[in-house]
Design a protein around this ligand. Structure first.
Ligand SMILES: Nc1ncnc2c1ncn2[C@@H]1O[C@H](COP(=O)(O)OP(=O)(O)OP(=O)(O)O)[C@@H](O)[C@H]1O
Ligand SMILES: Cc1ncc(COP(=O)(O)O)c(N)n1
Length: 266
C-alpha cells in the first residue's frame, strides 16, 4: 500500500561514485522507507579521491525540474545540498517560499577532498535569503565559521556561532556538526529556546565521504514522516554513527558510509 508513503525531495549535486550528494540522499531516504525525489543542481566528476570536474546545470533547467515535480506531486519535506550559484539559489528560494514544507539546508561549500563546490559570490545570498527559509540548517564547523564569522574551536564557540545564526541571520534552528572538532563527535541542535547535544565516540577512520549529506538526508526523511526536529536529530545521529562504524570501504581514497548499517525503528 503506497497510500501513506512519505516523500522527500533533495535538491543537490551528483557524485557518480554514489558516496555524496543526490545518490547518498536517495539511499538515505530509501533506507528510512521514504520515497525519494531529486532535482539536480550540478553534475560533478568526482570519486573517493577527489573532485575532477563540475558542470553546473543552467538555473532555468533547475527551475524546469522543480516545476515538473511540484506540478505533479507534493513532497512532505525537502533538503538542499550543493547549490553552486546565486542564480540557482534564487530559483530554489521561489519554490521554498511558494510551497510550505519542512526544509533542511545543508550549506555545502567544500568537499572533504578540499574542492570548492559553491561560488564565493553566492555565500551572501545563501546566508541572507535562503537560510531563514529553512526549518533547520546543518553546517559543519568550517561552514558555520564562514557563515557567522565566529572562529570555532570548542563548545563555547559553537554556542557563540549558534547565537549569530539565530539572532542575526534569523534561522529558525541550526544543527552545528562537530565532526571536525577534536574528541568525541558531538552535534548541537539550537532552537530559539533550547539546546540539545548528541555525542558519539569518534570512529577512527578516514572513510567519511558524504557523512554530512547522509545525516541531513536522514533528518529530512524523518521530517517527511511527521517526526519532530528533535526526534529527527536523534535518528540522524544514530544512523550516521552506525553508517561510519560499518564503512563498506569502497574506493581507493576517502570512502563512503554504509547506508544499510542502521536498523533502528522506522
Ligand atoms: N569520525 C567520526 N566518528 C563519528 N562520527 C563522525 C565522525 N566524523 C563525522 N561524524 C559525524 O558525521 C556527521 C557529519 O559531520 P561532519 O562534521 O563530518 O559534516 P560534514 O563535514 O558536512 O560532512 P562531509 O564529510 O559530508 O562534508 C555528524 O553527525 C558528525 O558528528
Ligand atoms: C555533489 C556533492 N555534494 C556534497 C558533497 C560534500 O560531501 P563531502 O564533504 O563528504 O565530500 C560532495 N562532495 N559532492
Amino acid at each position: 500500500m503506497t497510500e501513506s508513503l512519505p516523500i522527500a525531495l533533495t535538491v543537490a549535486g551528483t557524485d557518480p561514485t554514489g558516496g555524496a550528494g543526490v545518490l547518498a540522499d536517495i539511499k538515505s531516504f530509501h533506507s528510512r522507507e521514504v520515497y525519494g525525489m531529486s532535482a539536480v543542481t550540478s553534475l560533478t566528476a568526482q570519486n573517493t579521491m577527489g573532485v575532477q570536474d563540475v558542470f553546473n546545470v543552467p538555473a532555468d533547467f533547475l527551475k524546469a525540474q522543480l516545476e515538473s515535480i511540484f506540478s505533479d506531486e507534493m513532497p512532505h519535506a525537502m533538503k538542499s545540498g550543493m547549490i553552486a550559484t546565486e542564480e540557482m539559489m534564487r530559483v530554489l528560494k521561489k519554490y521554498v517560499t511558494k510551497y510550505e514544507m519542512p526544509l533542511v539546508i545543508d550549506p555545502v561549500m567544500i568537499s572533504t577532498s578540499g574542492h570548492n563546490l559553491i561560488s564565493e559570490d553566492a555565500i551572501d545570498y545563501l546566508r541572507d535569503e535562503l537560510l531563514p527559509a529553512a526549518l533547520t540548517v546543518t553546517p559543519n564547523i568550517m561552514e558555520a565559521e564562514k557563515l557567522t564569522g565566529v572562529d570555532i574551536e570548542n563548545e563555547e564557540d559553537v554556542r557563540k556561532a549558534a547565537k549569530v545564526f539565530i539572532e542575526e541571520i534569523g534561522v529558525k534552528s541550526v544543527i552545528i556538526k562537530g565532526g571536525h572538532l577534536k574528541g568525541a563527535a558531538v552535534d548541537y541542535l539550537f532552537e530559539k529556546d533550547s539546546e540539545t547535544s548528541l555525542s558519539s565516540d569518534r570512529v577512527d577512520t578516514h572513510h567519511t565521504h558524504g557523512t554530512g549529506c547522509t545525516f541531513s538526508a536522514v533528518i529530512t526523511a524523518e521530517l517527511a514522516k511527521g517526526k519532530t526536529l528533535k526526534e529527527a536529530f536523534h535518528t540522524g545521529k544514530n544512523y550516521i554513527t552506525k553508517a561510519i562504524q560499518e564503512t563498506p570501504e569502497i574506493g581507493r581514497g576517502d570512502g563512503p558510509v554504509n547506508h544499510f548499517a542502521y536498523k533502528g525503528e522506522l
